[in-house]
Design a protein around this ligand. Structure first.
Ligand code: NAI
Ligand code: MG
Length: 356
């Protein structure tokens, strides 16, 4: 069958890695001898579009996206546009409007990539960070200029929103993922000693949901302790479920520990499949290296593998992941992981590895 995908490269290296990912996916489809195909439509939204039109995406943009099988996203953000405008105007708008409440971010070692954690050859790192993607600290609640105290005395409030329904669905998602992937443990992350309302609700719901999964080991860890644990006891972790902000931070830490932010893949899922899900690398638009052919395309290609799983093509996803491993094992690495290869070289190596 033919999968219709909306590509939104957006800004900076987002454009380079989406182009790379599309090339690799098209090569994979060509290899399949017609078993499946991809039909792409590319949308020119992002910061340059904002500077021309005053909007990050078209007014009817969500309507134009809603019937695609998936959205393949690059990264949003450029120094000439305030980050909160670009992020809320495009990426968060899509995530929240399409109720992509589960953000899945796998973290693992790749052969040939040096990780700051790989002290011994037998150090294991194989995690999935499950991020609550619809509420929490990124609910957008609050305001500025409160209290009317005038210049120098401004007050701003940024509230976090936690609902029982929102907590429960992301936790069940994490436990189900642990079960179906044969994982042994779910770790829940909060800061419930200091944040005594929302995060204590999170802890209560976690205990209740955990009781339905007696076969899965659980733990609750405070986020500061968890960031230490990521570094000191990586083999102790399997599935990590956390709120929007905490999981955002932890997954960047996780991908850096695996070797580079440029390697990390993610899926923003609407598990009910009422709306399209969105697949994107974890990293941002990397203005410091954009436009130079230096971007690591592996995070974007790994995200394409997550998209194939979502399409019900697990064998094809595995093929893509094997091609990634063959490429890094062969030492074809971009600069962020200690190599000298260009984006284009890695892309070509990935395609070559698919055809072996
Ligand atoms: P960033 O992820 O763009 O860059 C952080 C560091 O990682 C930089 O040194 C960069 O060169 C490196 N890096 C990132 N991706 C790479 C890749 N594929 N290959 C090699 N190296 C890579 O984060 P930063 O600098 O904090 O943010 C830059 C812009 O991106 C901002 O406007 C920010 O708001 C936006 N952003 C967007 C995200 C999204 O669209 N999902 C996520 C994070 C940031
Ligand atoms: Mg982030």
């Amino acid at each position: 069958r033919t999968f219709r995908i909306a590509a939104i490269p957006a800004d900076g290296v987002g454009k380079e890695v989406v182009a790379a990912g599309r090339t690799v996916l098209d090569a994979l489809a060509a290899e399949s001898g017609g078993a499946f195909a991809f039909e792409w439509e590319e949308f020119p939204w992002g910061c340059a579009y904002y500077e021309r039109t005053g909007r990050m995406m078209d007014e009817d943009g969500l309507n134009r996206l809603k019937d695609f099988d998936a959205i393949y996203f690059g990264a949003v953000g450029w120094p000439t546009v305030p980050d909160h405008i670009s992020l809320w105007g495009l990426r968060l708008k899509i995530c929240q409007s399409f109720d992509q409440w589960a953000n899945v971010r796998p973290v693992h070692f790749l052969p040939g990539v040096v990780s700051p954690l790989r002290k011994a050859d037998d150090t294991e790192l194989d995690w999935v960070v499950v991020r609550e993607n619809s509420e929490g600290e990124y609910a957008g609640l609050g305001g500025r200029n409160l209290g009317g105290r005038g210049p120098g005395g401004e007050v701003a409030v940024q509230s976090a929103l936690f609902t029982e329904v929102g907590c429960e669905r992301i936790m069940r998602f994490a436990f189900d993922l642990a079960r179906t992937r044969g994982r042994r443990k779910v770790s829940s992350v909060t800061k419930s000693n200091a944040q005594q309302y929302g995060m204590v609700l999170w802890d209560d719901v976690f205990k209740r949901v955990a009781a339905d999964y007696p076969d899965v080991e659980t733990e609750s860890v405070l986020v500061d302790a968890m960031s230490a644990k990521f570094v000191l006891r990586p083999e102790d972790l399997s599935v990590v479920v956390a709120s929007n902000l905490n999981a955002d931070i932890l997954s960047d830490l996780g991908s850096a520990l695996a070797g580079s932010l440029g390697l990390a893949a993610s899926a923003n899922l609407n598990p009910e499949r009422r709306f399209p899900s969105m697949f994107e690398p974890v990293h941002g638009s990397a203005p410091d290296i954009a436009g130079q052919g230096l971007a690591n395309p592996i995070g974007a290609v790994g995200s394409a593998a997550l998209m194939l799983e979502h399409f019900g093509l697990p064998d094809q996803a595995a093929r893509l992941n094997k091609a990634i491993e063959a490429t890094t094992a062969a030492g074809i690495l971009t600069r962020d992981v200690g190599g000298t290869a260009a984006t284009e070289d890695v892309t070509k190596a990935l395609i070559d590895a698919l055809t072996i």
